[in-house]
Design a protein around this ligand. Sequence first.
Ligand code: ADP
Ligand code: MG
Length: 212
Amino acid sequence: MNKTEFSSLGLSAPLLSNLDGLGYHQMTPIQARALPVILSGGDLIAQAKTGSGKTAAFGLGLLSRINPRWFAVQALVLCPTRELADQVAREIRRLARAIDNIKVVTLTGGTPMGPQIGSLSHGAHIVVGTPGRLHDHLFRETLDLSKVETLVLDEADRMVDMGFYEEITGIVDACAKKRQTLLFSATYPDNIRKLAARFLKNPEQIRLESLN
Ligand code: ADP
Ligand code: MG
């Protein structure tokens, strides 16, 4: 079987036919490298440039583990900005059309807490958010991350550059200890290395040549 076909991955039939409907016929290089690791449940550090299809790589991973009948936050995606969080949530919702009743909630700053707390109280399976606002929800005890099985740090270098190191560590510490952690970063400086050493377990490391 062709190694760049999504059908080589053992994804569910609904996820596969939805991908076809989205026009995703072949995996991008980062998806072909990362998805086998992600679907096996291992931790991952991935370096790849913008526009390479990282969202679907982690999105398909977390969606293949979600139990829609369990009303708990089972996956958390941390993004540097509100715009990126909105984009990621939109892509995950598109991928999730294949599965009934998956609720994705976006928690970012610049909007009132009240409606976000309301959305959470109706049951969220996946949360996508920015470190500042997630930290606020944890502080107010309006968000429970203790059932998170998949944690994604998207654009980790940008989040750290924006000064969110402390918030990130607080958020990760609030997640279940037994989980999968996926870290995406365009660069891999010392502070990201430190973050990875602290929070990832025996991560597989992928770096796409085209970055050089
Ligand atoms: P990144 O996070 O790596 O910058 P994105 O996840 O935002 O990239 O993806 C970039 C674009 O590529 C999006 O418009 C997305 O819909 C599209 N895309 C992702 N995977 C595929 C695929 N396998 N085939 C076709 N288009 C894809
Ligand atoms: Mg991205």
